[in-house]
Design a protein around this ligand. Structure first.
Ligand code: PEP
Ligand code: MN
Length: 365
């Protein structure tokens, strides 16, 4: 991919992090302008966002106000002096947005996933001086995300950045779109200059985890955040449960810790920084896995209790140990190390199962 330059200064004139905010959807002139004015008053927002055409899972729900909303956004830009951003999913959207002087176009997750759509948009942008942000595709496919960036760059648009909004899932998860941090981290690894924004709103799908995901993004060296904000989130026509009022946005931003690296090459995204980011993510995954493992042993404890089975089944323990030693060896891990780690995990499981099995036994002194 040809040289990618940071577009941080295109998006923000303040010190990082870049903040992009605005409602999920433009709903009415009043809703959009009043939200945008409040956001501008916070002095913490760099770019106003609004969805004009909404990609909805099923037809019949609110599909956006269409080009009419671009006039309101242009008005919001005039009144606040802030830059504006909208999602474009086809060539018609691109032409409408350009006609209404939108500063930044973003491609949504359902567009980046389709190379035909990205190419059509790229062709329409040939020779246009505009900033483009690409959300990750809905599925965890780094090459597809990279390919999207490449198509836009090839059209001659060099102000390109990306937005990480998490990846679609099947089954239960605490997140609407689990972040799978390793994917954006690998992208940053390959293109250290690429501007990366995190979109905690679409990762979380609800308000209570927005702060922790925003903080994690900043700790992972993201350049900024895209956070949905609505003057009255509870009655929003789309994504009501994840939007926050402008006042709550300020509270969230003020709680963020901006860490300053004390290393000599601070902020230069050195190889050490990148390796440490990877370690942080892996450690956090280890903790998640350990917690899931203990939950499962607790369930086994309940089962053993109900069926009157002894906790310790040595043959089962031998089986676990041998399989893991073999797997570990194949992956370059020392046998003694595997035994140490698994023995500790096993002891903890037994202690927990013991507590479960004896939870209703009275202890007499
Ligand atoms: C949005 O930004 O409102 C949106 C629809 O996002 P995504 O493409 O990430 O689903
Ligand atoms: Mn949304």
């Amino acid at each position: 991919m040809k040289n990618i330059k940071s577009i941080n200064s295109e998006l923000s004139t303040r010190k990082a992090p870049i903040i992009i905010s605005g409602p999920c959807s433009a709903e009415s002139e009043e809703q959009l302008i009043s939200t945008c004015k409040l956001l501008a008053d916070t002095k913490k927002v760099d770019v106003l966002r609004a969805g004009i055409w909404k990609p909805r899972t099923k037809p019949g729900s609110f599909e956006g106000v269409g080009a009419e909303g671009l006039k309101w956004l242009a008005e919001a830009k005039k009144e606040t002096g802030l830059k504006t951003a909208v999602e474009v999913a086809n060539v018609k959207h691109v032409y409408s947005a350009l006609k209404h002087n939108v500063d930044i176009l973003w491609l949504g997750a359902r567009t980046t996933v389709n190379p035909f759509s990205v190419q059509e948009i790229a062709d329409a942008l040939e020779g246009v001086d505009i900033t483009v942000l690409l959300k990750n595709p809905i599925n965890p496919d780094l090459a597809l995300w990279e390919g999207g960036v490449e198509r836009i760059l090839k059209a001659g648009v060099d102000k390109v950045g990306v937005i990480h909004r998490g990846f679609s899932k099947y089954g239960e998860s605490n997140y609407r779109n689990p972040p799978l941090w390793r994917i954006p981290i690998e992208l940053k690894h390959r293109y250290p200059e690429l501007t990366m924004i995190c979109d905690p709103s679409h990762i979380c799908g609800k308000r209570d985890t927005l702060l922790e995901i925003s903080q994690e993004a900043l700790d992972l060296n993201f350049d900024g955040l895209m956070l949905e904000s609505h003057i009255n989130p509870d009655v929003a026509l789309s994504d009501a449960s994840q939007q926050v009022t402008p006042a709550d946005l300020v509270k969230l931003i003020d709680k963020l810790i901006i860490r300053k690296s004390k290393l000599p090459n601070a902020g230069k995204n050195t190889a050490l920084d990148r390796l440490r980011e990877t370690i942080n993510v892996l450690d956090s995954e280890l903790i998640d896995l350990l917690s899931k493992r203990m939950e499962t042993s607790d369930k086994i404890g309940e089962y053993k209790k109900e069926n009157n089975i002894k906790i310790l089944q040595t043959s089962r323990w031998d089986e676990i140990l041998n399989t893991s030693i073999k797997q570990g060896k194949a992956k370059g891990l020392d046998e003694k190390f595997i035994i140490k780690v698994l023995t500790n995990i096993h002891i903890e499981s037994i202690t927990r199962q013991n507590d479960i099995m004896n939870s209703d036994i009275e202890v007499h002194q």
